[in-house]
Design a protein around this ligand. Structure first.
Ligand SMILES: Cc1cc2nc3c(=O)[nH]c(=O)nc-3n(C[C@H](O)[C@H](O)[C@H](O)COP(=O)(O)OP(=O)(O)OC[C@H]3O[C@@H](n4cnc5c(N)ncnc54)[C@H](O)[C@@H]3O)c2cc1C
Length: 459
C-alpha cells in the first residue's frame, strides 16, 4: 500500500470524481485547489452570498453542476480539502504550496494532476488595450461575479466557447455587437458526422447558434479581428471577412482560439511530453487510464488534453481507479472498461470539434512585425523574427533566452503558443519541431517575500 496520502491537484469535474472514487475505496485524499470553492472552470461557484440560481449560472449544465457540487459537498468530511491553495513548485517528493500568502510543503503520495485548461491566445493588434479580455475571462466575470466585460461586446476567435459566451452574454442582457468566427460554415458542416458521436452536446451547439441568430446577433464566419482601437480603452474593432474591411463600435472584446492544457505541473514532475497533432501542442504523455511516464503520477481532465467537462469526470474516476489498482486495491474492472469506452467515443467527438473550429494555421504569416506577442515583456513579432535572423535560433527555449519572450509573469502560459507559431513560420519548420517552453517554477506569480521564505526553508 501507498505511504503518504494520495493527492489530487484540482477540484474541477476531474478532481472531484477522482476524489469520490478514492474515498469510495476507503482512502482520504488531499484535494488542493487554488480556487476558493470547488467546481473548476465550467462549474465555478460564485462567492458565498451571491444568489443566482444554478439554472441562471450554468444553463443546460445546471444538473451536472449540481451533481459535481453535491458530490464534493458530501466528501468534505472524508477528504483533506485545501482551497485557496496553489501548487507552485515540485521539489523531489514534496509539493510546494502557497495559501493565504504563506508557503508550505507537502510530502506527496500518489498524485492525480487535474489542473484543467486556460484560453489559447492568438494576439491581434490592440489586444493589450483595456477592455480586451480572453473569452474565458469574459465568462468568469459573468459566472463568478455576475458582471459583463462591457455593455456592447464583440466576441472573436473560434471554438465552442465563442458561441457559448455569446449566448450567455446576450441572455444576461449585454449587447453582443458581433460574433466573429475565424472558422467557416463549411468547416462545421464537414465536422457534423464526427460531432454526432455526442448528439446532446452537438445539439446544444446548434441551439446556441440558432438562438443567437433568432435574437438578431450578427454572427460572421471566416471573420478576423484586424485592430482594436481606442484612446484609453477599446472603442472599436476593425475586422475583415475575407473580402472587405469593417469597423464596429464596442466597449469590450472577448477573444480566444479554443483552450490550452495547463501542463506546467506535469512538466515539473518530470513527465514525458509528445506533440499532439489534434491539439497542436506538446502534451504530457499518458495511457488511457491517465498513467504518465512517472510512476505514481496520473493525469485527468483538460490538463491532459482538451476533452470537455463530461470526459473530465470520466477521466478523473478512471485515473483514481488506476491509482488504486497500482497500489494493490481491488477495483471494478468492468467500470474501468466502461469509462475507457466513453473516453474513446468522446475522442471522436473532439476530433469533430477541432475540424469545426480549426486552428488558423496561417496566423503567424499575417502577424505584423509591430504586433505585441508577449505582453509581460512587450516583445513583438518583429523582434522575435529579428532574433531568428540574427542568431539562427530554431528552438523555443533558445528564442526565450535570447528575446525574453515568455519570461514574464505569465511564464509563457499566454504567449507561448503564439511565440511557437511565429518561430515555426520564421524558420520554415513544422510547429512540432520548435519545441515547447519548459515549465518553470513558480508556475504562477508569487510575492517576493514568499519566494525568499521558501528558499530559506528548503535550504
Ligand atoms: C475559463 C474557462 C471557461 C470554461 N467554460 C466552459 C463552459 O462554460 N462550458 C463548457 O462546457 N466548458 C467550459 N470550459 C471547459 C471546461 O471547463 C473543461 O472542459 C472542464 O472544466 C475540465 O475539467 P477539469 O476538472 O479537467 O479542469 P477544471 O475544471 O479547469 O479544473 C481545474 C482546477 O485545477 C485548479 N488548479 C489548476 N492548477 C492548479 C495548481 N497549480 N494548484 C492548485 N490548483 C490548481 C484550478 O483552480 C481548477 O479549479 C471552460 C474552460 C475555461 C478555461
Amino acid at each position: 500500500m501507498m505511504g503518504a496520502s494520495p493527492v489530487i491537484v484540482g477540484a474541477g469535474p476531474a478532481g472531484v470524481r477522482a476524489a469520490q472514487a478514492l474515498v469510495a475505496h476507503g482512502l482520504r485524499p488531499v484535494v488542493i485547489d487554488e480556487a476558493p470553492r470547488w467546481g473548476g472552470q465550467i462549474y465555478r461557484q460564485p462567492p458565498p452570498g451571491f444568489l443566482r440560481s444554478k439554472a441562471t449560472l450554468y444553463g443546460f449544465e445546471a444538473k451536472r453542476a449540481d451533481a459535481v457540487h453535491a458530490t464534493m459537498n458530501t466528501l468534505l468530511g472524508r477528504v483533506d480539502y485545501r482551497p485557496n491553495t496553489l501548487v507552485w513548485n515540485v521539489e523531489g517528493d514534496r509539493l510546494l504550496l502557497l495559501s493565504e500568502g504563506r508557503t508550505s510543503s507537502l510530502k506527496r503520495g500518489p498524485l492525480i494532476v487535474a489542473s484543467g485548461a486556460t484560453d489559447r491566445v492568438l494576439p491581434f493588434p490592440g489586444w493589450t488595450l483595456p477592455g480586451v479580455y480572453t473569452l474565458g475571462a469574459a465568462q468568469i466575470a459573468l459566472k463568478y461575479q455576475g458582471c459583463a466585460i462591457g455593455s456592447r461586446v464583440v466576441l472573436a476567435g473560434t471554438g465552442p466557447l465563442l458561441y457559448l459566451v455569446a449566448y450567455q452574454y446576450a441572455k444576461a442582457g449585454a449587447e453582443v455587437a458581433a460574433v466573429l468566427d475565424s472558422a467557416s460554415f463549411s468547416d462545421k458542416l464537414a465536422a457534423a458526422p464526427a460531432m454526432l458521436h455526442e448528439p446532446a452536446v452537438f445539439a446544444k451547439g446548434l441551439y446556441y447558434l440558432a438562438w443567437l441568430k433568432a435574437h438578431g446577433v450578427a454572427v460572421h464566419q471566416r471573420a478576423w479581428p484586424l485592430r482594436a482601437s481606442g484612446k484609453r480603452h477599446v472603442e472599436a474593432l476593425a475586422w475583415h471577412d475575407g473580402h472587405r474591411h469593417h469597423t464596429i463600435d464596442c466597449d469590450a472584446i472577448g477573444f480566444g482560439h479554443a483552450l490550452r492544457s495547463e501542463t506546467q505541473l506535469a512538466d515539473l514532475l518530470g513527465c514525458s511530453f509528445s506533440f499532439d497533432t489534434l491539439q497542436r501542442a506538446h502534451l504530457p504523455q499518458c495511457d488511457a487510464a491517465g498513467r504518465t511516464s512517472v510512476a505514481g503520477v496520473y493525469l485527468a481532465g483538460d490538463g491532459a488534453g482538451i476533452r470537455g467537462a463530461d470526459a473530465a469526470e470520466w477521466a478523473g474516476e478512471r485515473a483514481a481507479l488506476a491509482l488504486l489498482a497500482d497500489n494493490g486495491v481491488a477495483v471494478d474492472t468492468s467500470r474501468e472498461q466502461q469509462l475507457e469506452r466513453r473516453l474513446k467515443r468522446n475522442l471522436t467527438f473532439r476530433r469533430g470539434l477541432e475540424r469545426a473550429f480549426p486552428f488558423p494555421a496561417d496566423w503567424a504569416a499575417h502577424a505584423s512585425d509591430d504586433l505585441v506577442v508577449c505582453r509581460c515583456e512587450e516583445i513583438t513579432a518583429g523582434e522575435l523574427r529579428q532574433v531568428v535572423r540574427d542568431t539562427g535560433a530554431i528552438e523555443l527555449n533558445r528564442l526565450k533566452a535570447l528575446s525574453r519572450v515568455g519570461m514574464g509573469r505569465c511564464q509563457g502560459r499566454i504567449c507561448g503558443a503564439a511565440a511557437a507559431e511565429i518561430l515555426a513560420h520564421a524558420t520554415g519548420q513544422p510547429i512540432q519541431l520548435v519545441g515547447r517552453l519548459r515549465g518553470q517554477a513558480p508556475i504562477k506569480p508569487l510575492p517576493f517575500t514568499v519566494v525568499e521564505a521558501a528558499t530559506e526553508e528548503i535550504a
